[in-house]
Design a binder for this molecule. Structure first.
Ligand code: CDP
Ligand code: MG
Length: 245
């Protein structure tokens, strides 16, 4: 397969899309017939705070960051039905898929989307004011139904954050992998190589891992300096392990 066919993007069908039953519409818009691209992986995820923070880390500190966490975890759209809190995560693949899907999604702000690109997916979204404790408007929350990676760098980071190589058919994987040679467990935010009470299992020898993840794990295990947090790797191995309230 030529390299162009391997181009990938991460699409998230966000909780507002699930609540409003536009999932089928979005999936049908994404179909190969409309986009010339293909589904490479998909899963339904009860999004943890850890995952939400990692995914939107570039927005840390902005006034809408906390509201965005509540939105993507499903807490806002399913306040009383925690069991319904989920997103559909998709690795989508094909020539120029990044540009095509960003275009299909449309402008970030649903009001701009309606003005500038009626018919795009985000034109179906809504905007909600974010208030501080005193009731003053400090920003707006944009419930815009879908996430689509903004560029190649983001796509790689996001796909590796949400998906393990085993989620993707081997010939559709776009990033280097390596075989893990040791056991990894997580306890109190630290790695260990043997099971300890209350530790969480991450990886076993023989598991296929993103090479960059293994580099991060090895650095943390050895205590060598590493600019990438352990959470960047751990978040996806913790997907759907425990209910996230
Ligand atoms: O999703 P996109 O890359 O188009 O936009 P972004 O600027 O990276 O922001 C990420 C997400 O944060 C948006 O899709 C919105 O859902 C949300 N957001 C918000 O709620 N309020 C803002 N003022 C800006 C962004
Ligand atoms: Mg973005």
């Amino acid at each position: 397969m030529d390299q162009k066919q391997l181009e990938q993007t991460l699409v998230l069908i966000k909780p507002d899309a699930l609540k409003n039953s536009v999932t089928g519409f979005i999936l049908s818009q994404l179909s190969e017939y409309h986009t010339g691209s293909r589904f490479a992986a998909t899963k339904i995820i009860n999004v943890s705070r850890l995952m939400a923070k990692e995914h939107y880390i570039e927005h840390e500190g902005k006034p809408f960051y906390d509201a965005l966490q509540d939105y993507i975890t499903g807490a806002l759209h399913y306040p009383d039905d925690a069991w319904k809190r989920r997103v559909i995560a998709i690795v989508y693949q094909g020539p120029d898929v990044l540009t095509k899907i960003r275009h299909m999604a449309g402008p970030t702000n649903p009001h701009d989307a309606r003005d500038q690109r009626p018919g795009c997916l985000r034109a179906l979204g809504t905007v909600v004011p974010i208030l501080d404790d005193a009731g003053n408007k400090i920003d707006i929350r944009m419930d815009n139904l879908v996430h689509a990676s903004a560029n190649h760098e983001d796509a790689e980071r996001e796909i590796k954050l949400w998906f393990i190589p085993h989620d993707i058919p081997p010939l559709m994987r776009a990033y280097p992998t390596e075989v893990c040679q040791t056991h990894y467990y997580l306890k109190d935010g630290k790695l260990c190589n043997t099971y300890e009470p209350e530790s969480v299992f991450l990886l076993a020898p023989g598991d296929v891992v993103w090479k960059s993840d293994l580099d991060i794990l090895e650095a943390h295990a050895k205590g060598t300096p590493c600019s990438d947090s352990l959470n960047k790797v751990a978040a996806k191995y913790l997907i759907n392990r425990n209910p996230q309230g």
